[in-house]
Design a protein around this ligand. Structure first.
Ligand SMILES: C[S@@+](CC[C@H](N)C(=O)[O-])C[C@H]1O[C@@H](n2cnc3c(N)ncnc32)[C@H](O)[C@@H]1O
Ligand SMILES: [Zn+2]
Length: 304
């Protein structure tokens, strides 16, 4: 199935839930008549960044920082590059991805999408931030459809995709349960859903840290980014006294350290889970055969 056929058969209007139809430069709802434009090859369902504007900024400054084809070397112990992280966090095999319609839920700049694209029949990438445009530039191939849209109201019909994965995204949604339920809804019955969400972190979830984070995340993102640019040097200086500096990313790749430190402090929403909580959520939302990866909390399951 190509992208045009997919839009006509498997997309729905987020406003009235009726089918969408493609035209040359736009897509139109057959129910309410709403038009959604293609902009720089991206189908824009949500022009507004809503609560993810800090992600737009971080990705515009880091479009290639974690992209394997642009020379990414992972700065964290236990992983080599994005392909290695993808395998460990989704547990998906290339056989499973082969000739499938796959959803990358929260694609960012497309670091994981570029790994899946060669084997997918069609890869549908969704992100609410302006990173969606960067993902399209990285992946101009015909078997990729990039949508700027909201995972809490996915513009796809039920069971539209064979496989869905979401890496480091659902814990950032305003309503994570809704985002989980939407990704599962658009996955076909018997299809695979896998991904990774933040594990509980005693330090990050301390009342005082949450209060500070609440204030810090309100700082103008470009000012906060400049402060985060100091992170690698500050970490090196403090490392002489402390083993770990919890407020700063542990990545040994300086660009990644700045990116992840900013990501961590600037995001508007962040939730932490353990296996039991994810198991309960997945079961309640109709998933079975739940398995776990080595990165907490990474999971792979089947939709009933
Ligand atoms: C930490 S980034 C991860 C991006 C990518 N999966 C990766 O690992 O590089 C989280 C992404 O989730 C996106 N995001 C957060 N909430 C979203 C929502 N409700 N709908 C769509 N995207 C969302 C952000 O825009 C951001 O690009
Ligand atoms: Zn409509």
């Amino acid at each position: 199935m190509n992208a045009k056929e997919f839009i006509n058969s498997s997309m729905r209007c987020p406003k009235c839930l009726k089918k969408l139809e493609t035209n040359e430069n736009y897509v139109k709802c057959i129910g309410c008549g709403e038009k959604y434009l293609f902009e720089k090859g991206v189908l824009v369902i949500c022009p507004d960044d809503k609560y993810v504007s800090s992600f737009s900024l971080e990705w515009e400054r880091n479009r290639f920082t974690q992209v394997d084809s642009k020379g990414y070397v992972c700065g964290y112990d236990g992983a080599k590059d994005s392909k290695d992280i993808f395998n460990k966090k989704t547990l998906l095999t290339s056989e499973e991805c082969f000739s499938s319609i796959i959803l990358d839920a929260g694609c960012g700049v497309g670091r994981f999408a570029e790994i899946v694209q060669p084997s997918a029949e069609l890869l549908v990438c969704i992100d609410l931030s302006r990173a969606s445009y960067l993902c399209r530039e990285l992946l101009p191939q015909e078997n990729v459809l990039v949508i700027k849209g909201d995972l809490e109201n996915i513009p796809l019909v039920d069971g539209a995709v064979d496989i869905s994965y979401s890496i480091g995204v659902l814990h950032h949604a305003k309503d994570p349960r809704k985002a989980f339920s939407e990704v599962i809804r658009v996955t076909k019955s018997g299809g695979i859903f896998s991904g990774w969400v933040y594990a509980h972190n005693k330090w990050a979830e301390k009342d005082l840290v949450l209060k500070i984070k609440n204030i810090v995340s309100k700082i103008d993102p470009s000012v906060l980014y400049e402060l985060c640019e100091l992170a690698p040097e500050v970490k090196r200086a403090l490392r002489s006294f402390f083993k770990k500096v919890p407020a700063i990313s542990g990545s040994k790749n300086d660009k990644e350290c700045i990116l992840d430190t900013f990501d961590w402090w600037s995001c508007q929403y962040r939730k932490h889970y353990d296996n039991n909580e994810v198991h309960k959520l997945l079961t309640e939302l109709g998933c079975i055969e739940i398995g776990w990866g080595t990165f907490p909390v990474s999971f792979k399951c089947k939709k009933k």
